[in-house]
Ligand binder design. Structure first.
Ligand code: IMP
Length: 428
């Protein structure tokens, strides 16, 4: 049975959480393979909004949840999410890779310090993600879950803090070596004890599940254009966010992946700094989309920047992920806008191009315009969801088919509202 990878094709916040939540119902396990608590997955069930940062979105279905080696784990955040699920009577069948790295307080300190006072401002989530991955890659100050939950945690921590303290000082870290060590040890050893039972060799577990023909869902965090290698560097996150990362971040072969689903929003958003070629300058339209679409960061609460759908970027993301089919989300949000723009080309140095370049500063988007559709009530959207694709307003069908034609990929899932019920599945 299949291994299905779900990835975002834009700058994150495409609504992957909802799609994963729906698909999780028919899956045996859900796997996170990249990022950390910088991600924010919002799922709405029975009018209650759940936001997860580390726990895979399948949690609400009580499925097997796996946090792969490619994730950086903030123990406090994870513990709180586990406790939240338990309090809500949800069974937590969680397995954390012993190879996943741990986010410590100095990572968060560095993340904030680098983003505010020192160096390039990226507009990070300040969850310590970049510094934790930097320590992993540098191989000198990384801490993996296995070492963290074992009894020699204090000694390892001591070595890490001793090695890092002079670097931290350069960025304004004031606490003494002893004070910081004692504080972190006393706070974090509690979480180590609490999380120990969930830590295992998830590589074997996952491959065993695959051998047993289980259905496994790999839930991408962030989006393709935030990928450390393929995104709008340096305004990206610090992990690989593309479908290929499902393998490196969990320990399975690319040959085991059966399906890749790419999720994109009917418009684009981004939080933080960095290029957004189709950013909407008309504040009335941008504000309207932001407020109807609740476009505020799930992790930081920051207002998201809003842009028209960018098919140059989307086609590039599609190429890297080579999806089997696409899911479009939040198409309902665009209701009530007279003319909808779609970017189909860029102009670079006076020439048209359909290439997504590595430097975006000098490009200008070229649009086509389609007629918009009226604003519909939630009841009307629900009615459409239960009656099927052909009952969508004609203009929406045209919008969808225009995207399919340019991307040469079918859009099989259409999300027209936040709840599970407001989703159309197309058999094409
Ligand atoms: P970091 O991942 O916290 O280092 O932030 C780097 C960039 O990625 C910033 O622009 C963040 O706003 C963005 N980012 C990180 N995680 C997400 C996400 O889940 N959704 C959208 N943007 C994100």
């Amino acid at each position: 049975m299949p291994c299905i990878v779900v990835v975002g094709l834009q700058w994150g916040d495409e609504g992957k959480g909802k799609i994963v939540d729906i698909l999780a119902e028919k899956s045996d396990a859900v796997v996170r393979f990249n990022g950390g608590s910088n991600a924010g997955h919002t799922v709405v069930v029975n009018n209650t909004k759940y936001v997860f940062h580390l726990i895979p979105s399948g949690a609400l279905h009580g499925k097997k949840l796996i946090i792969g080696n490619g994730v950086v784990v903030d123990p406090i955040q994870l513990y709180n999410e586990i406790e939240f699920l338990k309090k809500n009577g949800i069974n937590v069948d969680l397995h954390i890779s012993e190879r996943a790295h741990v986010v410590l307080p100095h990572h968060k300190f560095l993340d904030s310090s680098l983003d505010t006072k020192h160096g390039l401002k990226i507009g990070t989530t300040r969850r310590g993600i970049g510094p934790a991955y930097s320590d992993k890659m540098s191989r000198r100050y990384g801490l993996r879950m296995r070492e963290y939950v074992e009894s020699n945690f204090r000694n390892i921590l001591k070595k890490i803090v001793r090695g890092k303290i002079s670097i931290l000082r350069l960025y304004g870290f004031k606490k003494s070596f002893e004070k910081y060590l004692d504080e972190v040890y006393s706070e974090y050893s509690f979480y180590a004890k609490e999380l120990k039972k969930y830590v295992s060799n998830t590589t074997y577990l996952l491959n065993k599940l695959i051998d047993e023909n289980k259905t496994i869902l790999f839930e991408g965090a962030q989006g393709t254009l935030l990928d450390i290698d393929h995104g709008t560097y340096p305004y990206v996150t610090s992990s690989n966010t593309i479908a290929g990362a499902a393998c490196t971040g969990s320990g399975i072969s690319p040959k085991k992946i059966d399906k890749i689903i790419g999720v994109f929003k009917a418009y684009v958003t981004r939080v933080g700094l960095g290029p957004l070629p189709t950013e909407i300058r008309d504040e009335k339209i941008a504000d309207r989309i932001r407020s109807i679409g609740s476009e505020f960061g799930a992790t930081t609460g920051r207002p998201r920047r809003i842009g028209w759908l960018d098919l140059v970027a989307l086609k590039y993301a599609e190429k890297i992920n080579h999806t089997d089919f696409l899911a479009i989300t939040k198409i309902d949000v665009l209701g009530g806008i007279d003319r909808i723009k779609i970017c189909v080309k860029y102009v670079l140095n006076g020439e048209d191009t359909e290439i997504f370049p590595s430097i975006l500063e000098n490009i200008e988007p070229r649009y086509i315009e389609l007629k918009g559709w009226r604003e519909l009530s939630r009841e009307e959207w629900r009615e459409i969801a239960s009656s099927g694709y052909n009952t969508l307003p004609r203009e929406i069908i045209k919008y969808i088919e225009c995207i399919e034609e340019i991307l040469e990929k079918p859009i099989k899932i259409i999300s027209i509202g936040p709840s599970r019920e407001e989703t159309i599945f197309r058999q094409i």
